[in-house]
Ligand binder design. Sequence first.
Ligand SMILES: [Zn+2]
Length: 323
Amino acid sequence: METPAFLDRDRPDVPDIVVPGGVTPFHLAGRPVRGRLIRPGKLADAILTRHNHAPAISALGGKALALVAGLASALKFQGSFSLQIKGDGPVSLLLADCTDTGGLRFYARQDQGQLDALLASGKQVTDRDLTGNGYLALTVDQGPEMDRHQGIVEITGDSLAEMAMHYFQTSEQHACWTMLAAKHTDAGWRSGGLILERIAGGGGSEADTDLSDGLDEQGEDAWNTALALAGTLTDAELLDDALPAEELLYRLFHEEDLVVGQSRALAYGCRCSKAKLSDVLSRFSDDDLDHMVEDGVIRMTCEFCNHDFCFGRNEVGALSVAD
Ligand SMILES: [Zn+2]
């Protein structure tokens, strides 16, 4: 006999996808420029299609995934790196995060009334139309033992890339340039990003702390050249599965002493499981649990996977606490 769903303690039926070359770091030798090319490939489709969002919201989500994957890969941390946008637009909350091992998740809360009105207006919808006015936060969370590092800025700009660049202008010491794209293609949803950072010195060495090197005229020229070349990248190239990352980077920067680094994997990153949610439920009182029963079961939804976990009333409560 098949195990009834409410007795199944395994992970839900969510995609187990790993994209080996999801993020490709690079630098331009002898120049104060380093960057990352982010291409989650079919992973973008797997994550975005867990939800039935309007295409404009999925596109915003795809860009958010590329952004957090690119930013997280440049940091040394253990835990999760997250982007959170809270605004007064049709997407009242957007959350995308990436773990130190490249696990990606995305969630957007939408206001259906506002969204319907926006889509009915017939205008070309920008990321800003979706978020409205509010705040954008980037957070490194390394667990309860460690300090959380968080930066918050007001939402500024029409696109998510502009919002991110405003964040860097406000919060970071060095210049940063970002391009993000997401689109529904014949192969499903695809997203991608290119991030350039102006660093101290040349050659992409993180140990180089001589700021004066990177700020001279030559450094300025090299940075501007890199920006001009990056600006020729098209959405179509960025989202083309058939165009390998190295080849795309070579197209852009082959005259600038491009050095491509070791690529990093991205993966379907939700950590939800029935066992984890059972643990959450065990902290409620029996009275609370009684009130949570509907149609004979207690239903818990993972908002990232859009997956319902169902528990029989006798499965949860004081009895399920192990200690
Ligand atoms: Zn989940």
